[in-house]
Design a protein around this ligand. Structure first.
Ligand SMILES: [Zn+2]
Length: 165
């Protein structure tokens, strides 16, 4: 694997979110809302984007470990928000943050896969808007539910990040 080439491609595929510090993956995603990136040629296959981030910025992933999201945002690839842990640690952490309950296809997951980082930034910019119907207008613009907009405004999806540090 050519790490230099991988890093160049990687750095083209995320958008940092100022408020949370998350680097939101903007390229291809796969099941469970994780980003993916090709390792090089087609036959080399793909790797999950957050694992690629760990490899590129932190080093090899110990064989018995998984890469956990400390920020609870599966689309995030900021190495500072990633940690190698055992499967058990990851499980416990997700239970703590309630993420194990996520097989809700219409809720958060769908919101994540539809919204890009810049959309979230735009939604957040209207957070304190006093204009009636702003939530509805944003929901229509981005094709998500109104409650998804309110959740972003309340920081529900992002809270664990802002409270982490
Ligand atoms: Zn993050």
């Amino acid at each position: 694997m050519d790490r230099v080439a991988l890093k160049l491609r990687f750095e083209d595929k995320f958008q940092p979110v100022p408020w949370t510090g998350c680097w939101i993956w903007t390229a291809a995603t796969k099941e469970h809302g994780y980003g993916v990136i090709g390792l090089g040629s087609r036959k080399d296959g793909t790797i999950k984007a957050h694992r690629a981030s760990y490899l590129l910025y932190k080093g090899d992933i110990p064989e018995d470990k998984v890469v956990m999201h400390l920020c609870n945002n599966p689309m995030c690839v900021n190495p500072d928000h990633l940690k190698a842990g055992t499967r058990k640690e990851n499980q416990q952490y997700m239970v703590k943050l309630n993420r194990h309950k996520t097989p809700d296809n219409r809720g958060e997951k769908a919101t994540w896969s539809k919204l890009k980082a810049e959309d979230v930034v735009e939604i957040l910019a209207h957070r304190y808007s006093k204009v009636r119907g702003t939530g509805k207008a944003l929901a229509e613009k981005f094709g998500v539910s109104r409650s998804a907009i309110y959740e972003i405004w309340r920081g529900k999806n992002w809270k664990s990040v802002t409270e982490w540090k």
